[in-house]
Design a protein around this ligand. Structure first.
Ligand code: HEC
Length: 122
């Protein structure tokens, strides 16, 4: 009887080591994978407001498709809300397309921007 119990403890210990070993292996794998994911997400430089405006908004705004939005002191918070939800024929832009940080800088830049006489509104 005593002998039987000892062997059961022996088995439990071996099983315990197996679990610890598996956890250690999983931690190693996770440890290797995590920095690569973090780098892919956070090392992207935010794009400058002027660049974003020209490449994204200026496709319509200032080019006969949408109203002029430069030089009108449009409040940054209102512009940000319109960009996130869309408006009429204007599509909404998700944080995966324009990050919160980029949007904040873009809308502040727009609010302070001068009108560009070369632009044409709709
Ligand atoms: C595909 C064309 C298109 C793109 C790209 C676009 N917009 Fe628009 N936007 C429009 C149209 C059209 C309207 C007018 C909607 C209406 O009045 O129904 C509008 C309206 C707006 C308004 C309100 C203007 C007003 O006088 O009421 C703001 C602010 C604005 N857009 C900001 C932006 C910003 C910032 C971007 C870039 C991140 C952008 N839009 C990209 C088409 C576009």
């Amino acid at each position: 009887m005593e002998r039987h119990r000892e062997s059961r403890w022996g088995k439990a210990r071996v099983a315990g080591l197996g679990i610890v070993g598996a956890l250690a292996a999983a931690a190693l794998v996770a440890g290797n994978a995590a920095p690569a994911t973090a780098q892919a997400t956070y090392e992207i430089e935010p794009r400058e407001p002027e660049y974003l405006y020209e490449r994204t908004c200026g496709y319509c705004h200032g080019h006969n498709i949408a109203p002029i939005i430069r030089g009108r002191q449009l409040p940054a918070a209102v512009t940000a809300a319109i960009v996130r939800s869309g408006m009429g024929a204007m599509p909404a832009f998700k944080p995966t397309e324009i990050t919160d940080q980029e949007l904040q800088a873009l809308t502040a830049w727009l609010e302070a921007s001068e009108a560009d006489p070369e632009e044409h509104g709709a």
